[in-house]
Design a protein around this ligand. Structure first.
Ligand code: TXA
Ligand code: MG
Length: 357
């Protein structure tokens, strides 16, 4: 298959390109497009064959459900069994935006889309290009992140092409995304609202609206062999660069010192090492490869550049990656969740700091 690449500028939207993307989706094809979080790989969410194509293109296990993307509350109604007060409050506050809610599904939604579950994940994105594409498709658009299963999510069209060129019908290039980490997922289908995946919408932001949300155990650490995380996607190793990565936990000063030591050891052993650092700390390291994930005093920039940095290590063919940690900010939970998964939970505690909280 030849993948068609079209560029759509959100300020001067090319209507004919949007309509073409809509036609491809409505006809059962696959279109990757930007959202405010990461690029999504879209297909008709009500068409089980389209769902099968999404799983095949990503190489994703088909028990890992997809998120349906909509543009208005009206579109939510036929997809879910009920819309609770909590759903209304959260939609009012955070939609359109980077929040995914899990509902009990309506019959209309095929089990192929929900990975066999009786619940369905729905999100209303805010990115103007995403909204235009979904509107043109005139169907709810199932869209996982547009990466090969297990690789870091794409934050630019180039990342999508790295993974999916020749495997999807169309890629809409809308430039670099704004947030850079996947949406916060909250399960409101039963009992207390439970965060299944941390993201830009934090526990602190949810608290004034719905009280204290539970946090699924899989968010914090290695899912146990037989424990079933509520978001099936959380059980797979994810976001991972090819080289073995270790996250150094502790204060920035302790971490810098420990990484310098690890670099010296890697050099002595003839291993090509990369450091995942920040603009503030880059100059401290003497390393074959250094990649900055933004600026430490601006956590948004870390979120935005994390996946690009992880992909860059693959291009540089490093043997091992030593990463700083980013716990001390409201976005720290979401950033550390992705970083630890990418590292397969390999950590080194520096100074007094010996474990992840
Ligand atoms: O920001 C995002 O959410 C991006 C953009 C494209 O919107 N999408 C995204 O999709 O990250 P994906 O498929 O890569 O991640 C969806 C996660 C998976 O971990 C999946 O297991 C979980 O959502 N999920 C989907 N439906 C679910 C359900 N019914 N119950 C529990 N977890 C669900
Ligand atoms: Mg994903």
């Amino acid at each position: 298959m030849i993948t068609k690449l079209v560029r759509i500028d959100e300020l001067h939207m090319d209507e004919s390109a949007i309509e073409e993307a809509g036609r491809v989706l409505a006809g059962g094809g696959l279109v990757a497009f930007p959202t405010e979080t990461v690029y999504g790989l879209g297909g008709n969410g009500l068409d089980e064959d389209a769902a099968a194509r999404i799983y095949a293109a990503k190489g994703r296990p088909s028990d890992n459900p997809l998120i349906l993307h909509i543009t208005s509350m009206e579109e939510l109604v036929p997809l879910v069994a009920e819309i609770s007060e909590t759903a209304l409050v959260l939609a009012e506050a955070f939609w359109p935006g980077p929040l995914t809610m899990i509902f009990k599904k309506a019959e209309l939604v095929p089990y192929e889309t929900t990975g066999g579950l009786d619940t369905v994940a729905v999100r209303m994105p805010s990115h103007p290009v995403a909204r235009a594409v979904i509107r043109a498709a005139k169907v709810p658009v199932a869209a996982p992140s547009a990466n090969t299963s297990g690789r870091p999510s794409p934050t630019k069209a180039l990342h999508v092409l790295e993974d999916l060129d020749g495997r999807v019908d169309m890629v809409v290039d809308g430039g670099e995304v704004g947030i850079g980490l996947e949406s916060t997922i909250i399960d409101i289908s039963e009992g207390r609202p439970t965060i299944l995946r941390p993201g830009y919408i934090t526990e602190e932001m949810l608290f004034p609206l719905i009280g204290k949300a539970e946090v699924d155990a899989a968010v914090r650490g290695i899912p146990e062999e037989d424990a079933r995380p509520k978001a099936p996607g959380m059980k797979y190793r994810h976001y991972a660069p090819k080289a073995e990565m270790t996250v150094f936990l502790g204060s920035p000063t302790e971490v810098c010192g420990a990484i310098e030591g690890a670099l010296a050891q890697a050099a002595a052993e003839g291993r090509r090492a990369g450091v995942l650092c920040t603009e503030e700390t880059e100059r401290f390291y003497d390393a074959p490869v250094k990649k900055c994930a933004g600026r430490r005093n601006e956590p948004e920039s870390v979120a935005r550049s994390l996946y690009e940095a992880l992909r860059a290590f693959d291009r540089e063919q490093v043997d091992c990656i030593f990463s700083e940690s980013f716990e001390d900010s409201p976005l720290g939970g979401a950033i550390m969740n992705r970083l630890l998964k990418a590292a397969g939970y390999r950590t080194v505690g520096c100074g007094e700091f010996t474990s992840v909280r």
